[in-house]
Design a protein around this ligand. Sequence first.
Ligand code: A3P
Length: 285
Amino acid sequence: MSLQSEDNLIHTFNGITFTTRSSPELLKSLATFEAREDDILLASYPKSGTHWLAEIIMHLYAPSVALTSPIEFGDLSKLDQLDRLSCKRIIPTHLDSNMLPPTFKNKQCKAIYIIRNPKDIAVSMYHYYRENPNLPTIDTWPNFLEMFLKGNVVCGSWFDHILSWEEYTSGKNVLFLFYEDMTKDLSKAVKKVSTFLGVNASENAIHDICKKSSFSEMKSNTEKENNDPNHTVCALTSSRKLIFRKGTVGDWKNYFTPRQSRMFEETFNKKMKCSEVAKHLVYEF
Ligand code: A3P
């Protein structure tokens, strides 16, 4: 791919890198979006397990809700498309909370934010950059890690993303869910989501949801499907096949050198000093 076409893949808005799949016009017009009281935001930094959580939420509500494409994906016509949906909307987003349409907060819409060990996110994102034609070419893992730590990647800095969402939680309407907890005890996590959303799923239903949302089940279902422009909850691709890579905890140990790990830890400690959420993160150095 030539440098010229690579340049056309990304742009910067509010100091954050976006792909051109999120048009500047749409990003600018988000402020005018009218949320509804019963909208639910499914928020995350990329590679945190967003599709996994989306699957769980959709099974909990099935069939009475619409899982939309990410609010930041598309052009100006996006807001009208969302307006036309008459049913309850589950709206995914990788936006920093400062960029959210203010009506989500004003109307106290519920939001679930999925969070994951950032070292595993860095590795997952490294592979995403390598395989996703919508993202610029990157070279080596050490160089990518440096970009990640500086926040010079799509959706900006992981650290700033978490901090912005932590600030957003001043109300009681945000549930932080940890990827690592989901891998340890999925049924407990599903119950937590069900209670938070007021869905009251039965034990049987929860058992069934856990089965349907296992990594192997989701991956094999995806392999049978054709791509569909509305098929991912990540504005960076429409190809679900790019999403299900390993689905494990601790893959970072296969990539980080001890020195890289220390460097990561220093940035983490500096940036997340005042973060309550970071204290709950299962974060092995
Ligand atoms: P890996 O690249 O480490 O495998 P997102 O949905 O936010 O883009 O996150 C993608 C990451 O979540 C990928 O991580 C993917 O494998 C993992 N994932 C997706 N579905 C999963 C599931 N059912 N169980 C565990 N991990 C899952």
